[in-house]
Design a protein around this ligand. Structure first.
Ligand code: ASP
Length: 343
């Protein structure tokens, strides 16, 4: 039986656990510890099994056990491998990943860029620790498992399930530091012509190795200079995501440094994103540092992605492109528009 033919009559969901607040406990001085959570993870799974419809089978795999604010490229690599390994079993109907909310948006896009299987991967977590009297984790986990077991979630890629919201991975962002409705998704208000947006989810041509590529995010608030940008380049960045204002416009000194980089470092890829929470970053304004002027220097617009996910996408494309140096950068620039969220 191929994965596309997997039976959904007796769904089998594999839960990959990684720590986070969903299995966190609170110390006597009030600190929330979102790792080293074996007992809480076991209790979470027991509680789930006690409320789950009998026909849904769950099994668990411990992948990580830490606060997701400690995760980075190496953990994204580990999770991409773990999910693909789970899905190698045709008996599996879907995957649920329990994850801290702090960096769930990076893991979500890292997984989605690799996920060309019709079976769902649902990421969930919690805003309140497992020992909170009104813990939100159990309901979120139940929702995620029920969704992953439901054929309706096939072909939608990686989904984020939290606070009764179900969101596709690309464009998703942590939206509130404490509210149970923790995530929102930045995406076009109206579907573009052609395919419905949920089907426009191109995946990578190869397996990215995030840990091998340095891509930095640089905040570029009004009046900022190029000190941070130069530090990242000196540290070996192959890509930069510059978080500007408005539709992705950069302050004059940063724009000057970008123009210089375009001359001196054609192997570097620069993406402009925005500090504005919603809407599209575009090459619109023509003045110095405006998106349109930056585009003439090869700077890419992040569209509906914001810094965190634009960084993961840029690292993924740099990692999977053939060639090296300026050729690799040129190839990534050619590919970018296909991936950054249908605009
Ligand atoms: N700091 C926690 C984490 O990301 C927050 C959470 O899980 O909600 O692991």
């Amino acid at each position: 039986m191929t994965s596309a033919e997997t039976s959904t009559d007796t769904p089998h969901i594999v839960i990959c656990t990684t720590g986070g607040t969903i299995t966190a406990s609170t110390t006597s001085d009030g600190a929330v510890i979102a790792g080293d959570s074996d007992p809480a993870t076991a209790a979470m799974l027991d509680q789930l099994r006690s409320v789950l419809p009998g026909e849904i089978r769950v099994s668990a795999r411990a992948v990580l056990d830490a606060d997701s604010s400690t995760f980075g490229p190496a953990e994204w690599d580990l999770l991409v491998d773990a999910v693909s390994d789970v899905l190698a079993d045709p008996d599996v109907t879907g995957v649920v990943v329990t994850h801290g909310t702090d960096t769930l948006e990076e893991t979500a896009i890292a997984l989605d860029l690799h996920h060309d299987d019709p079976r769902p991967v649902a990421l969930t977590g919690a805003q309140r620790p497992a020992d909170h009297p009104e813990a939100d984790g159990p309901a979120n986990l139940l929702d995620a498992v029920l969704l992953a077991a439901d054929p309706v979630s096939r072909d939608l890629g990686v989904l984020v399930v939290l606070g009764r919201a179900i969101l596709q991975a690309r464009g998703v962002r942590k939206w509130h530091t404490t509210d149970p409705v923790a995530f929102a998704r930045n995406s076009p208000d109206h579907p573009v012509e052609g395919l419905p947006p949920e089907l426009e989810r191109p995946t990578l041509t190869g397996r990215a190795r995030f840990a091998d590529v340095r891509v930095d995010v640089v905040a570029c608030p009004p009046g900022s200079d190029a000190t941070a940008l130069h530090a990242c380049v000196s540290a070996g960045a192959r890509g930069l995501v510059l978080e500007g204002s408005g539709s992705g416009n950069l302050p004059p000194e940063v724009a000057g440094a970008v123009a210089q980089l375009a001359e001196e470092r054609p192997d570097l890829v620069v993406v402009a994103t925005s500090r504005v929470p919603r809407g599209e970053a575009t090459a619109t304004y023509g003045g110095h540092g405006g998106g349109a002027e930056l585009a003439t220097r090869g700077v890419l617009s992040a569209g509906y992605l914001r810094s965190g996910q634009a960084r993961v996408l840029l690292a993924a494309l740099l990692s999977t492109t053939d060639g090296a140096g300026a050729d690799a950068a040129a190839d990534v620039r050619r590919q970018w528009d296909r991936y950054h969220l249908y605009s």
